[in-house]
Design a protein around this ligand. Structure first.
Ligand code: ADP
Ligand code: MG
Length: 617
């Protein structure tokens, strides 16, 4: 057989190699920002257009490059940062592979302008698809500007695989956060399509965190500090009260390099043990400093993973340091005899509304009145599980009167109170039936054919879902005016997400009196919402949108409404009195699809008397 192996042409090899380094615009942002840091810059400007798809430009006031270096910087494995293999074990720079600029130049139009501080005149170089197409002396300020245009212009498949602009922007902002947090002593600005997104002056870490995540963050931070022979830990954890359901604010830096480590994250989670409600994640900004010889950052091309020589001691130290900090700031339970113990409400109860015990008195009960035939309630519902729940929202389009045919398709009939059959006679519209609560979670009610068990949380989700969806679609929400507007603080990033759904939120009943960079003033909320839930509902919504990243249109309404219904619905574990149970059941059966929750779980289970009979044989 003839020889078949060939060397790939350079441009093909370059494109393949580029794929390792550049997955999306955010990868370019990361590499350029890191190069600027490595060049000793104290002022870095990031400018993007169309989520980086059209332009990513980074300007720094760092050391700049000579004309020869400028040309060389685009060669693969061209780096000024290591010279011999041993240097790899004593790294103090972000870069070392000499691959980033070569990779970026292989798949974009790149323009580099640079000048060293002692040179009179600088250099301008244009590279397209790895080819230098222009090089000339240029009058430019000291430092470096690199503009990357039309990313993936020569790999249409890659370009087509890029996500929507909001998603790509979010990735870029994530990278920007990571570099900016690791270098508070460097000033950063970022703008997108001409609008300023961040303006971060030179500061300390606490100020940097606050500048990025909003003023309210300041009071949430608990300092963490520890130094031993092998490890220095500094930074902040977020007070457990402010923990979030998303993992957004979790930052580990090792020697000022952002890393991801499930193992170290676990150390923090275990330090927070007992302080967080279920489903909540600790927030942290932790900087670990170790001897570069004891880590290997070489194991992952995009370098967010890391290998420590002695992971176990790291884990133990991190855990105990964070635990100690939480304890010192009286966040963890501590033995303190001067403290009023009634203030220490367990987490599960501290947020509960205090309600006076209710006594149920039936004012219409008359023991001397003759018993009449039990009244039969004829509310029923199409008892089937909707397979295609996705089509839900279209139901309300152009639909004004939606309760008219709620009563056809009768399958289930309630039995009313047997002993005091007259109780409900004057109650004409609402259906009353025997209900009781099981484990503060299920509402059980006898029906003609046996027994019905309703999942209270899922049932309420269904009710709220349909109501909110109707409001959003018909744009006819009623809102309850707040006496004192709420000011809710969010990070700029979260505010961007909220901004995108502002209009839809208003259709559900929210009224915003101010929509600023890092807070909103809420002066009205949906009727079904309790004021104290407002912030949590919006926070959950942001998390859900982040995780699902829907595009505009129906699916976004659906996601928004699902998310709100879920966080607003009464929780399992909530005791419901008779009126509340009955109201819930009645509301449920006015729904178009009572039997299935918005997330497609069954809401109602029926137990047939015949089946029960069999059990007693
Ligand atoms: P690496 O950062 O791994 O060395 P890069 O491809 O990112 O590889 O950069 C190649 C070289 O170009 C760097 O080693 C550095 O000498 C030079 N360089 C890149 N960006 C800058 C910059 N902003 N300022 C000064 N020099 C730079
Ligand atoms: Mg680099």
């Amino acid at each position: 057989m003839a020889d078949i192996i060939q060397l790939l042409p350079d441009h093909v090899a370059n494109q393949i190699a580029a794929g390792e380094v550049v997955q999306r615009p955010a990868s370019v942002v990361k590499e350029l920002l890191e190069n600027a840091i490595d060049a000793g810059a104290t002022q870095i400007t990031l400018l993007i257009k169309d989520a980086g798809k059209t332009l990513i430009q980074v300007t720094d006031n760092g050391m700049g490059m000579s004309t020869t270096d400028a040309r060389l910087s685009f060669e693969r494995h061209a780096t000024s940062k290591i010279k011999i293999a041993e240097d790899l074990f004593n790294l103090h720079t972000k870069g070392f592979r000499g691959e980033a600029l070569a990779s970026i130049a292989a798949i974009a139009h790149v323009e580099l302008k640079t000048k060293t501080h002692d040179a009179e005149i600088g250099t301008k170089i244009c590279v397209e698809g790895s080819k230098v197409i222009e090089q000339e002396p240029a009058v430019v300020p000291s430092g470096t500007t690199i503009a990357v245009k039309n990313l993936f212009y020569n790999i249409p498949a890659r370009r087509n695989f890029l996500k929507s602009n909001p998603v790509e922007t979010r990735h870029i902002i994530d990278e920007f956060h990571r570099v900016a947090l690791a270098h508070p002593q460097v000033a950063f600005t970022m703008s997108h399509n001409g609008a300023s997104v961040f303006n971060l002056p030179e500061s300390n870490l606490r100020q940097r965190i606050v500048n990025i995540f909003g003023n309210k963050t300041n009071e949430k931070l608990v300092p963490v500090e520890e130094e031993t022979d092998i490890l220095k830990i500094e930074g902040f954890v977020i007070k457990p009260d402010y923990a979030k359901k998303s993992r957004g604010e979790q930052f580990f830096f090792v020697n000022d390099r952002f890393i991801k480590s499930a193992y170290l994250n676990h150390a923090i989670v275990s330090a927070f043990e007992g302080l967080l409600k279920g489903g909540f994640h600790p927030g942290y900004f932790l900087f670990l400093t170790v001897d570069p010889k004891t880590i290997d950052i070489n194991i992952h091309p995009t370098k967010t993973e890391i290998k420590f020589d002695d992971e176990h001691s790291m884990y133990a130290m991190l855990r105990s340091t964070v635990k100690h900090s939480l304890g010192q700031f009286s966040i963890a339970p501590v033995l303190d005899f001067n403290r009023e113990s009634s203030l220490d409400t367990p987490y599960n109860y501290s947020k509960k509304k205090i309600t006076a015990p209710t006594i149920e008195v039936d004012r219409t009960f008359n023991p001397f009145k003759e018993e009449s035939k039990p009244k039969q309630a004829n509310i029923s519902f199409p008892y089937k599980r909707e397979k295609n729940a996705a089509s839900w929202e279209s139901l309300y389009v152009g639909l004004e009167d939606d309760t008219a045919n709620a009563n056809d398709n009768q399958h289930i009939t309630f039995e009313s109170e047997q002993i005091t059959g007259k109780l409900f006679e004057d109650d004409s519209t609402e259906v009353r039936q025997v209900t009781f609560q099981l484990q503060n979670k299920y509402i059980v009610s006898p029906i003609k054919s046996g027994m019905m068990v309703i999942h209270q949380h899922l049932a309420h989700q269904r009710i709220l879902y349909e109501e909110l969806l109707k409001n959003i679609t018909l744009q006819q929400a009623v809102s309850q005016q707040l006496l004192f507007p709420l000011q809710l603080h969010f990070s700029k990033l979260d505010m961007e997400v909220l901004k995108k759904v502002q209009e839809q939120l208003e259709h559900t009943g929210f009224v915003f009196s101010a929509f600023e960079e890092d807070f909103v003033n809420v002066s009205g909320i949906p009727v079904a919402l309790i004021e104290s839930q407002a912030s949590q509902v919006l926070e959950q919504l942001i998390t859900d949108i982040d995780n699902e990243v829907p595009d505009a249109g129906f699916s976004q309404n659906d996601l928004l409404v699902k998310s709100m219904a879920k966080s607003m619905a009464i929780k399992s574990g909530t005791r419901l009195n008779k009126e509340e149970r009955e109201h819930l059941v009645n509301q449920l059966f006015l729904c178009k699809e009572p039997s299935v929750s918005p997330s497609n779980k069954p809401v109602i289970v029926t137990l047939d008397a015949n089946d029960m009979d069999k059990k007693f044989m």
